[in-house]
Design a protein around this ligand. Structure first.
Ligand SMILES: *Cc1c(COP(=O)(O)O)cnc(C)c1O
Length: 233
């Protein structure tokens, strides 16, 4: 990190507030998920000291390494924002409070099975591939309703919203179309299923302001908080 973390935090919060105000939204509706993947446990402690309470990690193995010895405090929450393989579910459930990347029926089934054993529940978001890029994970928008109904019918799963990513380096008009598309899909799904989907996780370091203007409730910030990342995962 090249500048004091307090300064970084102040600038980010200013930008969040300004974007919210442009959209006539209350900035307190927006949660920053501090994406700590690849960054050391000390950086997480630093962020905790500056008020961050929600963290995002992409890999179960890295979560185990970081938090087994040195767990997050009870009032902090961990979101898994990368793909989850079914054979890692048990380990993941020991650590995570929310899974943002539910994108297929067999993952829902496997989660349901594991949750039944522990009698706990798990908040989930459906990851939707709004942009239609081939390499992006996520259920296509046309498949989202079936998948959501499947999650609603699975004991232990609490679907509470949707997540997406805009194409890397996209123009603002494309970002806006992707984020607005996720919001519209959410509105449709709420209507058709009667299930409340208050969470829209969209926007990262390069596009979070547009995401906020389009209705994001969770923005996932890695580099803009913690600095340059060596590995691209
Ligand atoms: C890495 C990652 C982020 C954070 O990206 P930055 O560009 O560092 O802000 C957000 N969401 C997902 C799904 C990620 O994998």
């Amino acid at each position: 990190m090249t500048e004091p973390f307090a300064e970084t935090t102040r600038r980010i919060r200013e930008r969040v507030t300004a974007a919210a105000q442009r959209a006539d939204r209350d900035p307190s509706e927006i949660t920053v998920v501090a994406v700590s993947k690849t960054f050391p446990r000390e950086d997480i402690s630093l962020a905790l000291g500056h008020g961050f309470r929600v963290f995002g990690e992409s890999r179960v193995q890295e979560i185990r390494q970081k938090f087994t010895e040195d767990p997050l405090p009870d009032d902090a929450r961990l979101h898994l924002i990368g793909p989850l393989q079914t054979n890692k579910i048990r380990h993941a459930l020991k650590f995570i409070d929310m899974l943002e990347t539910v994108d297929r029926a067999n993952l829902i089934d496997a989660l349901g099975k594991e949750l039944a054993k522990t009698e706990r529940s798990l908040q989930i978001l459906l990851q939707v591939n709004i942009s239609g890029e081939e390499q992006k994970s996520g259920v296509p928008p046309e498949g989202a309703e079936d998948l959501l109904r499947h999650a609603i019918d699975t004991t232990g799963l609490e679907p509470i919203g949707l997540m997406t990513m805009a194409p890397y380096g996209a123009d603002e008009s494309v970002q806006r179309a992707v984020f607005g598309g996720l919001r519209n899909l959410r509105d449709q799904l709420q209507e058709s299923t009667g299930t409340a989907l208050p969470c829209l996780s969209m926007g990262m370091s390069d596009d979070f302001e547009v995401a906020i203007e389009e209705g994001a409730t969770h923005i996932r910030l890695g580099r803009s908080l913690f600095g340059h990342r060596e590995l691209t995962i």
